[in-house]
Design a protein around this ligand. Sequence first.
Ligand SMILES: [Zn+2]
Length: 420
Amino acid sequence: MVAPKVTCSRATPIFVILGKIDDALALSSNTFAILVLNGHRAYMLICVRLISIGGSMADTVFILGAGASFEAGAPLMSTFLDKAEDLRRTGEVNDCAPEFDKVFSLIDTLQAVYAKSELDLNNIEALFGILEMASTVNRLYGIPEDQIGSYRDALIMVIVKTLERSINYHFSGGDFSKPQPTDSYRKFVELIQFLSKNFHEDSSIITFNYDTGVDHALHYAGLNVQYCTNANPGDGIRLLKLHGSTNWGACSKCHSIITYDLPTFFSKHDSKVRDDGTYDKHLEVSTYLSEIYHCEEPLNPVPVIVPPTWNKNSYRGDLSNVWSAAARELSEARNIYVFGYSLPESDPFFRYLFALGTLGSSRIRRFWVFDPDSNVRLRYEGLIGSGIRSRFQFFDRGFLSSVSSSGAMDYLTWLLNQGR
Ligand SMILES: [Zn+2]
């Protein structure tokens, strides 16, 4: 057997192997073993979490939370179900009416069962967490075992369609073939380009959002995106979607996560104009997931997204590639800028990831958090270690004040210029 090719990056551990590599065996996506023969002795090296990541790590890591996509039109999780209900009532999701009705009838059922618990069924991610856990343990009060999976799938479709139909894209100059990015994400990508051009700083993005708002803005600017769902991503800006994405599907045979990249999508769907002359102002890649084949089968039409409270499911292997890449980026970052991520108590995962990624880091020059809610500052102060406390700054500003010329991005640009 041929030894695996390992691409070294700055963070990759180096092993000195005294002997002949005789065999290499993949144990899981993050683990492999190398059998070394040295004379008559054989050694087995188990290499854990040694992910081969091509290219170098970015200088600057942006972390985006729900507040970033909120300015693009996506509802916050706390009001998500209200928005979904509005879309259902106004007939804007009639094509998915069975899924929406199924979810709202489930909420009615669960409200009776969980009346005395502290579970907030009005919070879509709490509901998502309950269903994810229910499909793992195969038990949900009042729902037959063999139907639990269909409720989970219905909820995912409600989340995906509500997001896709809440974000409106614009067109200009009478060209209805290519939607323009939303204002906030367009400005965000301009900032990334500004940092690259003027300060030679590469950027990567870690996001908790399921929608494709930032993906589209990067694509529109001609930038190549790497989602890092596999262990050997190519070159491009790393866009690490920790909770999945509306344009990610699962192979119905091998269950790998397969992404429907926007350049491929737009090469197949190059017009947003309908036959009657009207145009579609939404970007709905999820509708077309089954156009992509893997293992000679179309992808499962239910997108791959997971709730923050999620513990384990069948996507764990591929998503752990994304998380490993995120930890690597954090460990190598000199600047970390956080937008619209309020560090909710219900999402302990990021706290662990951040602690692992920045453990003992002396590289961080700036850890700046932007959020309109000043209470968020206290949560971050509790998160960061003493090593980077002096580098922490909090700005009570939103992601971008819509089309205002003095948005957060301009402000950040100004700050960066002042500091140089
Ligand atoms: Zn497959």
